[in-house]
Design a protein around this ligand. Structure first.
Ligand code: RP5
Length: 171
């Protein structure tokens, strides 16, 4: 039984669509999670309170999605020693490059992990969190192996089905 949970935090309701992919993955792996919209600059006190409370209640990692000057992941990491997985949101004028650089370029000492910009990053951050838990929970590891195998089998079947062989003759 999984006796921990994950936190998905995003800076704004406008990040919801992008971060949905992270929630979908955690559901698929039966990992309990809490989903919160808390801004690092609009409500820093609430963010600190949530992170400290979640840590006391046994959370394992935080996924932080933010756009623009995306300091959310770094601020969460300042409140906790638990892993913080940052997802750059792309719905800004700079299409997420601003968010990517804000998250990836943390000065030495307080690290956050950085994932791809946008929905792929949300999915991968959750899968990375799954991998963190797979080391401790064999049932999670088993679902992760099945997930990878199913993807591989589907790709192999599609590759065979869609293969093109041309023998050089006129048609
Ligand atoms: C960031 O600013 C949020 O994470 C969001 O991606 C971006 C824009 O926020 P809104 O103005 O849409 O609330 O803090």
């Amino acid at each position: 039984m999984i006796d921990t949970f994950a936190g998905i935090i995003m800076g704004s309701e406008s990040d919801r669509g992008t971060m949905q992919g992270a929630a979908d993955i955690l559901r698929e792996f039966h990992i309990p999670f809490e989903w919160r919209v808390i801004s690092a600059h609009r409500s820093p006190e609430l963010l600190q309170e949530f992170v400290h409370d979640a840590e006391k209640r046994g959370i394992s990692f935080f996924i932080a999605g933010a756009g623009g000057s995306a300091h959310l992941a770094g601020v969460i990491a300042s409140f906790t020693t638990l892993p913080v997985l940052g997802v750059p949101i792309h719905n800004t004028k700079l299409l997420g490059l601003d968010s990517l650089l804000s998250i990836v370029n943390m000065p030495a000492g307080i690290p956050v992990a950085t994932f791809s910009v946008g929905p792929a990053g949300a999915t991968n951050a959750a899968l990375f969190g799954v991998a963190l838990l797979a080391a401790k929970y064999p049932e999670v590891n088993s679902i992760l192996r099945n997930y990878r195998n199913q993807k591989k089998e589907r790709l192999t079947a599609d590759s065979i089905k869609n293969a093109v062989v041309y023998d050089g003759k006129e048609v």
